[in-house]
Design a protein around this ligand. Structure first.
Ligand SMILES: Nc1nc2c(c(=O)[nH]1)N[C@H]1C(S)=C(S)[C@@H](COP(=O)(O)O)O[C@H]1N2
Ligand SMILES: [Mo]
Length: 202
């Protein structure tokens, strides 16, 4: 077997690529499963807003049109759901969180991201910055469908996909880390797929 592999660079290359891209305990899928804890809210873009609230209660909101005027980026990422599917090379378009947060004055270390419908998820503020997270409105060239979080969702591909809040409508900056919806019922507080942080205690 080893001999065959070493004479077959194509196969060897594929194997290598899979182990580099697939976190422990995950399997790759071509489909795009829908995972929602409740009904799918329908949010028209003319009522959509994204609001940042600081630890001092100061608020800054963007309408859909204002969000679309911010610098847009396209990003191609692998996503990893805690239910063990991973999907490679998903293509998104949206606004990096840096663009929303650059003029916001804060000394907070954490953020609680919130959604239409009431879903929340928490993460360290630094995980949202430096080009690591986006508010995305386009998936694979088309407007993001309601089932997948349209009109806009958070995308934080370096953490398990439950951190990527669908139907996102804002974030609150906090000094103390406050567990969100899944984090408060046993999911890991941080959720790094490469360290297999699925549940509290992992
Ligand atoms: N608002 C909201 N966002 C959410 C969820 C949810 O139930 N509500 N589910 C999370 C979970 S557990 C996962 S795996 C992904 C699923 O995204 P998808 O349905 O686009 O695959 O969305 C995350 N974001
Ligand atoms: Mo999930």
């Amino acid at each position: 077997m080893t001999l065959v592999n070493s004479f077959s660079p194509g196969f060897h290359g594929r194997e290598r690529r899979l182990t580099d891209k697939l976190p422990p305990g995950q399997y790759p899928t071509e489909s795009f499963p829908v995972l929602s804890a409740g009904p799918t809210p329908k949010i028209p873009v003319d009522t959509w807003q994204f609001t940042v609230t600081t630890e001092l209660g100061e608020r800054r909101s963007w309408t859909w049109d204002q969000m679309m005027e911010l610098p847009q980026q396209e990003t191609v990422r692998d996503i990893h759901c805690v239910t063990r599917w991973s999907k490679f090379d998903t293509r998104w378009r949206g606004v990096p969180l840096d663009a929303f947060l650059e003029d916001v004055e804060t000394a907070a270390d954490y953020a609680v991201v919130s959604s239409y419908g009431g879903y929340t998820t928490n993460l360290p503020l630094e995980d949202l910055l430096d080009g690591q997270a986006w508010i995305v409105h386009t998936y694979d060239g088309y407007p993001l469908s309601p089932e997948h979080g349209g009109p806009a969702r958070l995308l934080v591909p370096h953490l398990y996909f439950w951190k990527s809040a669908k139907w996102v409508n804002g974030l609150r900056l906090t000094h103390e880390d406050e567990p969100g919806f899944w984090e408060s019922v046993g999911y890991h507080n941080y959720g790094d797929p490469w360290r297999e942080q699925r549940n509290w205690g992992d």
